[in-house]
Design a protein around this ligand. Sequence first.
Ligand code: UDP
Ligand code: MG
Length: 325
Amino acid sequence: MSLSAELDDNAHEVLVSVIVPVYNEAPVLDAFHARLSSTLNQLEGMQSEVLYIDDGSTDESFAKLEAIHSHDVRVGLVRLSRNFGKESALSAGLDLARGQAVVVIDADLQDPPELIIDMMNVWREGADVVNMRRISREGETLFKRFTAHFFYRVMNRLSDVPVAQDVGDFRLLSRRAVDALNTLPERCRFMKGLYAWIGFHQVTLNYFREPRHAGITKWKYWKLWNYALDGITSFSTGPLKVSMYLGLVSSLAAFFSGVYFMVKAIVYGDPVPGFPTLIVAVLFLGGLQLVAVGIVGEYVGRLFHETKARPKYILDQVKAPQEQK
Ligand code: UDP
Ligand code: MG
């Protein structure tokens, strides 16, 4: 084969990128990488790169990743300057990935790497986004399952684009889907919503979500609550409308009860017991106003973050895969 033909051949070879956000996952990294790389070896006729994004880990994760990087030529390694959160780590990965197909997967082995083969098959058949729906959530509390379920319901009621139910971040994106995501400038990145927002041909596969291999979840309930608020406020102005209608209803109620008490006093000469009605009305309206202001505040706060237009993440170190240097 002539040199130019060979170059041409390489240019047409499919490259798969796998993005792995890592935050304090030292105990699982070796097991994860072993399973991931044996899966990637099974992808015939394809090149692959694995991008580990160390999201400011404070344990030995980065040292472990450096060792993996030096042993495996297809591994790229990025370290963020501090812990920016999973969404930012994913953004960094999506910016740096070069593959025609990009897979996002958690490092804790809750998402089985072996499924990448199935995802690639669906991608080859023309899907732009392959969503992975978990049909079991082993090792998660009943409360977490219930709140997650409730969240998706509320979210889909409120937002204009349907967010796929029970689909986490584990998914495959085609090149043009990644390019579309990368053009979105927002800083409050609620990825689940953004994946849905870009549209394209989406396919959903089911899988069993395994319990964490080792280590602990980084998501505490307070964080999950804020994550849910992020999701709702960045995809819907529904809460603003609700607070407006609540205000409307309560002022109508106040008007009619005013008429009622007036008639009672003037027509029937009934002395109106003032204090209880007054205090109830004042507290009710005061509470309602605070809630409404709070809802507006959530949106204003997000506007504040967006207008500062800070970068989504800051890179500390980048080590490209040795294969493609
Ligand atoms: N993660 C991250 N930055 C964070 C928190 C988590 O990069 O600030 C990574 C973490 O290392 C893992 C993935 O995101 O690979 C999912 O995190 P976790 O397993 O704690 O979430 P859960 O599976 O409980 O939703
Ligand atoms: Mg997990």
